[in-house]
Unconditional design. Structure first.
Lengths: 112, 109
């Protein structure tokens, strides 16, 4: 596709359940980033991939959060045993080396 | 520590008036500075980056290393400029962006 694609666009789940969020980057973009946008916190970095490896995981808030990227393309962000404070919009971005990041529409996650 | 500060949460101006969205940063080294914009019901998109030194939609931003600022300016605001504006920085190469909390610009007709 022409841009970064994220799915689902909205996800509502019960506290304690696991969720998977998907990101399809722009074709050919080697770098992929996950951010979280929540009220009062603004946009926070979570994790960054270069190819399939993650040289920077410093933003993951707890060990309940994990992410992987396969084939240098699609990435999945997994949140285990969700908590209410995980409610946020999760944004994915991709870029070529040294170029600006392009963002997807995000996944709005609501934990009941 | 890396930090981006946008002191105004909300800025309201009249159509045709000048606009200045403030951004100050803290970074050890030489960062890249960006402005991103999010219009209503649209995705976050790049407005401009300091190294390109270009004007997009009439907006400009000058990097002032002495004052560690990267303020966004437009001489005559338009209603379609109403949006959320985020200042951000990164290191060289493919490093993550550090964002400010954003400023909501409202242009009043």
């Amino acid at each position: 596709g022409a841009g970064v694609s994220q799915s689902p666009s909205n996800k509502v789940t019960e506290k304690g359940k696991d969720v998977e969020l998907r990101c399809d980057p722009i074709s050919g973009h080697t770098a992929l980033y996950w951010y979280r946008q929540s009220l009062g916190q603004g946009l926070e970095f979570l994790i960054y991939f270069q190819g399939n490896s993650a040289p920077d995981k410093s933003g993951l808030p707890s060990d309940r959060f994990s992410a992987e990227r396969t084939g240098g393309s699609v990435s999945t962000l997994t949140i285990q045993r969700t908590q209410q404070e995980d409610s946020a919009v999760y944004l994915c971005a991709s870029s070529l080396l040294g170029q600006p990041q392009h963002f997807g529409d995000g996944t709005r996650l609501s934990i009941l | 520590a890396q930090r981006v500060t946008q002191p105004e949460k909300l800025l309201s101006v009249f159509k045709g008036a000048p606009v200045e969205l403030k951004c100050n940063y803290s970074y050890s080294g030489s960062p890249e500075l960006f402005w991103y914009v999010q219009y209503s019901r649209q995705r976050l998109q790049l407005l401009l980056r300091h190294i390109s030194r270009e004007s997009i939609k009439g907006f400009t931003a000058d990097l002032n290393k002495g004052e560690t600022s990267f303020h966004l300016k437009k001489p005559f605001a338009q209603e379609e400029d109403s949006a959320m504006y985020y200042c951000a920085l990164s290191g060289t190469g493919n490093t993550p962006l550090v964002f400010g909390k954003g400023t909501r610009l409202s242009v009043i007709a």
